[in-house]
Write a protein that binds this ligand. Structure first.
Ligand code: AMP
Length: 193
């Protein structure tokens, strides 16, 4: 089964994707992680995206679609898309890439949260990291967060209506405890896959 986790920054997509890799053996494809790896490796692409990411803006569709294409071309099935797609163009590209492999999407899980909680979570994540001397994400600051939330509402949230129309959208309350959210997702996905 191939599923998408949709939701604003700080909604818990990465955490839930990680749990789903364990419980269902799905392969997590996080474009945010891929882009951070590109930056850490000092590649040309990493350098191009660094500034855009630090500001909290979206990198180009071309770059992220290229990253996902590379992963999907290695074959396999059972993917969990975390932080991708974030635009309608990316959604179209994903559908085409999966169709080329004779596959499709089984579900889109929307993690529903509210903005105040998100800001608290992200600022908290940065403070915790700082307290123990760990590196803090360059985009975990109030300014970038505002841009990231705006990018979500403007560019990504239209995907909610799009996937709803396709009959794929399922929502869970992302404000619950991690385990409860995981149980709710498991119930939505059922025994399939
Ligand atoms: P994330 O770890 O998913 O919060 O992503 C961190 C940052 O990477 C985002 O704020 C964007 O700058 C960039 N990014 C990650 N995924 C995408 C995507 N699908 N489309 C555009 N930009 C992305």
């Amino acid at each position: 089964m191939n599923i998408i986790l949709l939701g604003p920054p700080g909604a818990g997509k990465g955490t839930q994707a990680g749990l789903l890799t364990q419980s269902r053996g799905l392969v997590q494809l996080s474009t945010g992680d891929m882009l951070r790896e590109a930056q850490a490796s000092g590649s040309a692409m990493g350098k191009i995206v660094a500034d855009v990411m630090a500001k909290g803006q979206l990198v180009t569709d071309e770059i992220v679609i290229g990253l996902i294409r590379e992963k999907l071309e290695q074959g396999g099935t059972g993917f969990i898309f975390d932080g991708f797609p974030r635009t309608l163009a990316q959604a179209d590209a994903l559908e085409a890439l999966l169709a080329e492999m004779g596959q499709g999407l089984d579900a889109v899980i929307e993690l529903r949260v509210n903005d105040e909680v998100l800001v608290g979570r992200i600022v908290g994540r940065a403070e915790e990291a700082r307290a123990v001397g760990q590196p803090v994400r360059a985009d975990d600051n109030a300014e970038s967060l505002k841009t990231r939330l705006m990018a979500y509402y403007k560019q990504t949230s239209p995907l909610i209506g799009y996937y709803h129309a396709k009959g794929l959208l399922k929502g869970v309350d992302g404000l619950n405890e991690i385990d409860t959210v995981a149980t709710d997702i498991a119930a939505l996905l059922g025994a399939a896959g």
